[in-house]
Design a protein around this ligand. Structure first.
Ligand code: SF4
Ligand code: SF4
Length: 160
């Protein structure tokens, strides 16, 4: 269920641009409003929906989930500690309110501040690896981690 922006509600603050892991939320240079440049590449993480302070981003529900004429609103309520999904069907009568607790860390705490990161070297610029990738797969700590390097042993059989 990719996202789209109600441009009349958007004020161009850029929170959705900062949070999108797929880098597809962009600010239009002329209108200064956000838009999803490539809905097919949307991970459907809904981080942008929850981040938008003006509830300007909505979700385009799949047909089997919410047929044509529906609306899906997602609202992150920090005070109540919940994320509320409101799904309204096209007959206008049947709708659902789903509530889920916020289980993530305080909002904005883990948005990378790229301005604080050191500029990439020429070698990094020429590399095919993405920014931060060696860190995430831990290549910069001496190679890929294994069970042995983490002091673990493989346990045979099926277990949970
Ligand atoms: S739902 Fe996630 S991947 Fe899709 S546009 Fe929003 S932040 Fe980006
Ligand atoms: S977070 Fe909301 S208001 Fe801010 S740029 Fe994105 S869509 Fe617009």
């Amino acid at each position: 269920m990719p996202t789209f922006v109600y441009m009349t509600r958007c004020d161009g603050c850029g929170h959705c641009v900062d949070i999108c892991p797929s880098d597809i939320m962009h600010i239009d240079k002329v209108t200064r409003r956000a838009y999803n440049i490539e809905p097919n590449m949307c991970w459907e993480c809904f981080s942008c929906v929850k981040a938008c302070p003006h509830h300007a981003i909505d979700v385009r529900g799949y047909a089997d989930f919410a047929p044509l004429g529906h609306s899906v609103r997602v609202h992150r309520d920090e005070e109540k500690g919940v994320i509320a999904w409101r799904i309204k069907f096209r007959n206008g009568e049947k709708d659902m309110d789903l509530l889920a607790p916020i289980t993530t860390k305080p909002w904005g705490k883990h948005i990378p501040q790229l301005r604080d990161a050191a500029a990439p070297s020429q070698e990094m610029r020429n590399s095919q690896l993405l920014f931060n990738e060696p860190k995430y797969i831990r290549l910069d700590e001496g190679g890929l981690h294994t069970l042995e390097s983490n002091g673990l042993k493989f346990k045979a059989g099926v277990y949970y």
